[in-house]
Design a protein around this ligand. Structure first.
Ligand code: ADP
Ligand code: MG
Length: 449
């Protein structure tokens, strides 16, 4: 049961970013996986209306995300929740307003090639090269020219700096140059899950076979294998066979392998035997170049003054730069005019909180100390009023101010499910309309974040 719950929450982590907030809350609240039988996953919906809607509008995206997590899944069926069928009672908080909208999930998810998990949007045409990433770029080109030139290639750097883009672009480019080459992209989390599933299903030889048949294996975010010694062992064998067979392996990681904790020495030495390159933060000129490339296809032509201002103010990751640019494009479409530098400056300031990279830990710490309770109890299963309220506020803040997805908030707060989180956020939203003390408390808490 715990596995099915985990499977559903992980799949929702993938689904949520592609759907509007209102749609996600409306259609995925109170859903869960009832059971899995011979490759068919039964998703339970709270009403027949929601069931129909999921089946008609979201089937493709649900199936795809479940499949990407577990190979064994062949299909998804939708059922109306059986009475008393829910294993974990939801912390429910009264009436919730339903929000309907006609938006449909549009998303990259549809574009990802099922065979190799490559997304064509990550190409070299859209990849800006500057001093901050040129060594990684050069190593990538060397590999494309001659597979195995550096093996394994290990690319590391902070989040949002272009690791996924670069390694996916390598895969896309190799595919383009040589159609016969079998390329496969996988995140280390998916690899881990695949491995665990195959061990449980006694299908480890199938697993080995699958991962050994690729000419180019690209593994993203390998740092998540920290502490997973079984999977690390398997990866170590896989690298050995790949090197013998002259197959290319590419890794990305958010840090140098020396700083990945609980990594087996032999894996470390395998990484070390290949080529290690990093991606840093883009310099000012590169930021300008990135902004220019991002606005090119968007029917949006900000003045040089505006571009300079953004490039000067937003110095973090490229993802951040894109985020700000998106907000600016949206706002100026909404207002039907180009935003002034002053307006953009406000917009950037409002985004600052997200930029500060406050962690969930920080929010938990600050809120629990504000209410004078132990921060450990927040994640526990208790429903005591003095714990429930701060817990709900934490969820609300993570969602509203830091745009953390519902399922990940649940995971961060002691493995609660997404529905509980949606309920909590809605509860707080409603309470804020009538409870002026709560409004003040929230203001004070926000000031501390
Ligand atoms: P990471 O995997 O390092 O966290 P991503 O590859 O997901 O980062 O990049 C974050 C965003 O920034 C993506 O939308 C990506 O397309 C964009 N991006 C990253 N690097 C570049 C670059 N050099 N040129 C253009 N866009 C980039
Ligand atoms: Mg990435």
């Amino acid at each position: 049961m715990a596995d099915l719950k985990q499977l559903w929450e992980s799949s929702l982590v993938e689904i949520e970013p592609g759907i509007s907030k209102a749609n996600f809350a409306t259609w995925f609240k109170n859903t869960y996986i009832l059971k899995e039988e011979s490759g068919v996953v039964y998703v339970s919906a709270p009403s027949s209306f929601v069931k129909e809607w999921l089946a008609n509008k979201y089937h493709k995206v649900i199936l795809r995300s479940l499949r990407s997590l577990s190979e064994n899944i062949r299909n998804v069926e939708y059922v109306v929740a059986p009475k008393g069928g829910r294993k974990e009672p939801v912390e429910d908080f009264g009436e919730n307003k339903k929000v309907f909208s006609n938006e449909l999930p549009l998303r990259d998810l549809y574009n990802i090639n099922k065979e190799d998990n490559l997304n064509p949007k990550y190409s070299f045409e859209s990849f800006v090269v500057g001093p901050f990433n040129e060594t990684s770029y050069a190593a990538a080109q060397a590999i494309i020219k001659e597979l195995g030139a550096y093996n394994p290639l290990f690319i590391y750097g902070g989040t949002g700096l272009g690791k996924t883009h670069l390694i996916q672009a390598i895969g896309n480019e190799i595919k383009k140059t040589d159609f016969a080459k079998k390329v496969y992209y996988v995140t280390s989390e998916k690899f881990l899950l695949d491995f665990i599933n195959s061990v449980q299903a006694n299908k480890i030889s199938l697993f080995k076979e699958k991962y050994r048949k690729f000419d180019v294996l690209i593994m993203d975010d390998v740092q998540y294998l920290a502490g997973k010694s079984g999977t690390q062992d398997e990866l170590h064998h896989l690298i050995n066979t790949a090197l013998e067979g002259n197959k290319q392996i590419i890794f990305s990681s958010d840090k140098h392998y020396n700083y990945i904790p609980e990594l087996e020495d032999r894996l470390r030495s395998r990484f070390g035997a290949g080529m290690m390159v990093d991606i840093g933060e883009p310099d000012f000129e590169s930021r300008i170049a990135i902004l220019r490339s991002k606005v090119r296809n968007r029917n949006f032509s900000p003045s040089d003054e505006v571009l300079n201002f953004i490039a000067k103010s937003v110095t973090g990751s490229i993802r951040e730069l894109e985020g700000i640019l998106n907000s600016i494009v949206h706002q100026s479409q909404l207002k039907n005019k180009e935003l002034s530098v002053a307006e953009i400056s406000t917009l950037i300031k409002n985004n600052e909180k997200v930029k500060k990279a406050v962690t969930a830990e920080d929010v938990i710490k600050i809120v629990s100390s504000f209410y004078n309770i132990d921060k450990e109890v927040i994640c526990e299963k208790t429903r005591k009023k003095e714990v429930v309220k701060p817990r709900q506020l934490i969820m609300y803040l993570l969602r509203e101010d830091f745009s953390v997805s519902y399922p990940s908030i649940g995971q961060k707060l002691g493995g609660r499910d997404h529905t509980t989180v949606i309920h909590s956020c809605e509860k707080v939203k409603n309470d804020l309309k009538k409870d002026s003390v709560l409004v003040q408390e929230l203001e004070q808490i926000r000031a501390m974040l």
